[in-house]
Design a protein around this ligand. Structure first.
Ligand code: GLU
Length: 445
């Protein structure tokens, strides 16, 4: 990095001890350096200095009463990162690891991801260090109500539209939506991922996983390959992993492993998705339960061990930095030829280097997992129209969007002399539209 080195230094100085945020910013700044060279007017207008600073950040106390009558305190966050091309849009992460660094990296990535979808949505992210795991439904409801009691002041259908992420699924969105409506007396599309009877969109549940496969199918096709007959590893076992697995199976591939934060299961005959859905979506249990239903399969403690299984295609769908340099080397030496990121920033920078150096077809998160938020934007469109599309209509729009994202990322990579490097391509394609809008709107923030 040359021209943008000072921007990076300022980010580090202004946001000390935020390694994930630094990592996400560094990758984007490195990619867009040639854009800065070609567009001195954007440098002069401070676009690069402004885009790395959130427009607004809200941190708040979330108090709630647990089942024993004890008062619990969590911290709530909403990072409203960039609204140049549309209202802030991004999920709410509920996980004990949540802190400002993680939500800022996610909010920052969301700007470019949302831009890549081609839909009018800005970038944001929120969450709390609350852990829904092991909590009763009543406790989760009281937390969500308390969280929304504060959050509702900062959001709105044309201002900021939160959605799900790790730890926030249909149940949590339901409790949050109920509280928003009660406080504001307003039935509006302020959250996405809603239930189908109260404004949700068909395909939203499946969208991130399905979209990942549509994106990778297109990338594979250009290299004369496909999911058909391929052995696939999917890490994670949440919403993204489950529906990626479902789509891989529909496309003729075989997913042989899935994981959670404690370990992974290996089923050489192909994962039985009905069992996973039951364990995860109904019983809310650990993935180790799988071997009780299918005794001829194997459970291993240590989730990162999943990358030692031989496969053709790997889809990391768990969480940030889950796939490191050594795992990347193992995948490559085992003959893996494609990696598609379903989670946000799951590969470390060194792992990405290994993939690119070895000419692995690599679908970076911002592009490959944009199907979730794209379908959220389709949910917003349906809410505005007070109308709903059929499953087939939404699914075909999602597919078109993912193919277009692949095409824009790959075209930008070629235009900036990085053919086949979709990391650079996605960062540039996402950035151009936002920079253009920020420039047109003047120095407004
Ligand atoms: N949390 C998802 C993401 O990382 C979806 C966000 C949304 O639908 O707003 O993109």
């Amino acid at each position: 990095m040359k021209i943008l080195e000072s921007v990076m230094n300022q980010v580090i100085k202004r946001n000390p001890n935020e390694p994930e945020f630094h990592q996400a910013v560094k990758e984007v700044l490195e990619s867009i350096e040639p854009v800065a060279e070609r567009n001195p007017q954007w440098l002069e207008a401070g676009i690069f200095d402004r885009i790395v600073e959130p427009e607004r950040q809200v941190f708040f106390r979330v108090s709630w009463v647990d089942d024993c009558g004890k008062i619990q305190v969590n911290r709530g966050y909403r990072i409203q990162f960039n609204s140049a091309i549309g209202p802030y849009k991004g999920g709410i992460r509920l996980h004990p690891s949540v802190n400002a660094s993680i939500l800022k990296f996610l909010g920052f990535e969301q700007i470019f991801k949302n831009s890549l979808t081609g839909l009018p949505i800005g970038g944001g992210k929120g969450g709390s260090d609350f852990d829904p795991k092991g909590k009763s439904d009543g406790e989760v409801m009281r937390f969500c109500q308390s969280f929304m009691t504060e959050l509702q002041r900062h959001i709105g259908e044309n201002t900021d539209i939160p959605a799900g992420d790790i730890g926030t699924g249909a149940r949590e969105i339901g409790y949050m939506y109920g509280q928003y409506k009660r406080l504001r007396n307003d039935f509006t599309g302020v959250l996405t991922g809603k239930g189908l009877t109260w404004g949700g969109s068909l395909v939203r549940t499946e969208a991130t996983g399905y979209g990942l496969c549509y994106f990778m199918a297109e990338a594979l096709k250009t290299k004369g390959k496909s999911f058909n007959g391929a052995t696939v590893i999917v890490s994670g076992s949440g919403n993204v992993a489950i529906y990626a697995t479902e789509k891989v199976h529909q496309l003729g591939g075989k997913v042989v492993a899935l994981s959670d934060s404690e370990g992974y299961i290996y089923d050489p005959d192909g994962i039985k998705l009905e069992t996973i859905k039951r364990i995860k979506e109904v019983d809310r249990k650990r993935i180790s339960e799988y071997i009780k239903y299918h005794p001829n399969t194997k459970y291993t403690k240590n989730s990162s061990g999943i990358w030692t299984i031989k496969c053709d295609i790997a889809l990391p769908c768990a969480t940030q930095n889950e796939l490191d340099e050594n795992s990347a080397k193992t995948l490559v030496s085992n003959g893996c030829y494609a990696v598609g990121e379903g989670a946000n920033m799951p590969s470390t920078p060194k792992a990405i280097d290994i993939f690119l150096k070895n000419k692995i077809i690599f679908g970076p998160a911002k592009a490959a997992n944009a199907g979730g938020v794209a379908t959220s934007a389709l949910e917003m469109a349906q809410n505005s129209m007070r109308y709903s599309w059929t499953f087939e209509e939404v699914d075909s729009k999602l597919k078109d969007i993912m193919i277009n994202i692949y095409k824009s990322a790959s075209a930008a990579a070629i235009e900036y002399d990085h053919e086949n490097n979709l990391v650079v391509g996605a960062n540039i394609a996402g950035f151009l539209k936002v920079a253009d809008a920020m420039y047109a709107q003047g120095v407004t923030s």
